[in-house]
Design a protein around this ligand. Structure first.
Ligand SMILES: *Cc1c(COP(=O)(O)O)cnc(C)c1O
Length: 386
């Protein structure tokens, strides 16, 4: 029997049927432009505001603080480049970490080569940023600190509340990329010292190509695009109505009973970790406990991650590797390098990201499949002499 086991929820998640059902009318009969004053505009306009309320309510925020974007990448760019544009006359220093997603890292690097000064904070062996280092990196010219809530590769959770408190005390804006964290960690923006937060629907069973940026009231952000007056002039362009409706429904579903769901998913994750660590010469990457409930990242020594992936794929298991294969060159991940792995350990790394559909049976099947595949690949390996 061929299996169909999806363990790559960190890359994207399947669209939920209930989400699709809410979206469909906005792709079919309700075709109006939300900005139209006639009756065709009324329903899509109402739908946008309902979605905005749902996102706000899921975050403990106000609807006026939610701006829809085309996804996590745009939300990060809007926050980072938007603050840089708004505050360039006040200061030109930005602080981030070495393990951010490229959607934040590359935006900051771009600013770094265009008149801004950037501090890339190192992380410890678990991928964690030290809040003390954030504190001492802040200077008179610092305008923004951007540190992700949860790492997409190794799953490590950052001490964002502590970092946020430090930023607030020093009067510096704090943005967090929470794309991986939504649905796993509860948020309450009213109480959390976070000025801006990015999220993306397709990482929590919503549609692709839609996300949002939370912007605390009175935070100064400049728009990046010019056009109409949509999204209170911060993000012009006719809204992706169906996508936004899907985002609203998806976030409502995924943030219900977060603690309980996270506990269950963590149990599944720990079962997989235990199984994998029983294999010889395998290490867990990322923090042992302060990590995303669905994230398992391991280095399998003396084996290529890519070969592992392909062999697992033949057994019906979809995972991903730590070496982002960009333009054909096997460049080891900046995250694995930042936590101190050598090239060999980074090349042999594998990420399983569990989600709502996965079962204990699938976890056990995966552990067994890994045992077989790893043994076979090592037998063929010239470097493995055990
Ligand atoms: C997926 C992801 C993004 C990018 O989101 P898109 O909606 O795919 O643009 C940004 N940050 C993190 C941490 C992610 O996992």
């Amino acid at each position: 029997m061929t299996r169909d086991i999806y363990m790559d929820h960190g890359a994207t998640t399947p669209l939920k049927e209930e989400v699709l059902q809410e979206m469909l009318p906005y792709l079919k009969e309700i075709h109006g432009n939300p900005s139209s004053l006639h009756r065709f505009g009324r329903e899509p306009r109402k739908a946008l505001e309902k979605a905005r309320e749902r996102v706000a309510s899921a975050l403990g925020a106000e609807p006026e603080e939610i701006y829809f974007t085309s996804g996590g990448t745009e939300a990060n760019n809007l926050a980072i480049q938007g603050v840089a544009r708004a505050l360039a006359s006040r200061g030109r220093h930005i602080i981030t970490s070495a393990v951010e997603h490229h959607a934040a890292l590359d935006a900051v690097e771009y600013l770094g080569s265009n008149g801004f000064e950037v501090t890339f904070l190192p992380v410890d062996e678990y991928g964690m940023v030290d809040p003390e280092e954030v504190s001492s990196a802040i200077n008179d010219g610092t305008i923004l600190v951007t540190i992700m809530t949860a790492n997409n590769e190794v799953g490590t959770l950052q001490p964002v509340e502590e970092i946020g408190r430090i930023c607030r005390a020093k009067g510096v804006y704090f943005h967090t990329d929470a794309v991986q964290a939504i649905g796993h960690i509860p948020f309450n923006m009213e109480q959390m010292p976070i000025d801006m937060l990015s999220l993306s629907a397709h990482k929590f069973y919503g549609p692709k190509g839609v996300g949002a940026l939370y912007v605390r009231r009175k935070t100064r952000v400049h728009k990046l695009q010019f056009g109409g007056g949509q999204e209170r002039k911060l993000r012009p362009g006719t809204e992706n109505v169906a996508g936004i409706v899907g985002l609203g429904k998806a976030i409502e579903l995924v943030t219900a009973n977060v603690e309980e769901k996270s506990r269950n998913l963590s149990r599944l994750r720990d079962r997989l970790v235990e199984g994998l660590l029983e294999l010889p010469d395998v290490r867990l990457n990322g923090h042992p406990t302060r990590r995303l409930p669905g994230n398992v990242n391991v280095s399998v020594f003396y084996v290529e991650g890519e070969s592992l992936l392909l062999s697992l794929d033949m057994k019906g298991i979809a995972a991903s590797s730590g070496s982002a294969c960009t333009s054909g060159s096997l460049e080891p991940s900046h995250v694995l390098m930042a936590i101190g792995l050598d090239h060999q350990a980074a090349q042999g790394s594998l990420r399983f990201t569990l989600g709502e559909g996965n079962t204990e049976e699938e976890v056990d099947y995966t552990t067994e499949a890994m045992r077989e595949v790893v043994e076979r690949l090592r037998k063929m390996s010239s470097v493995y002499k055990k």
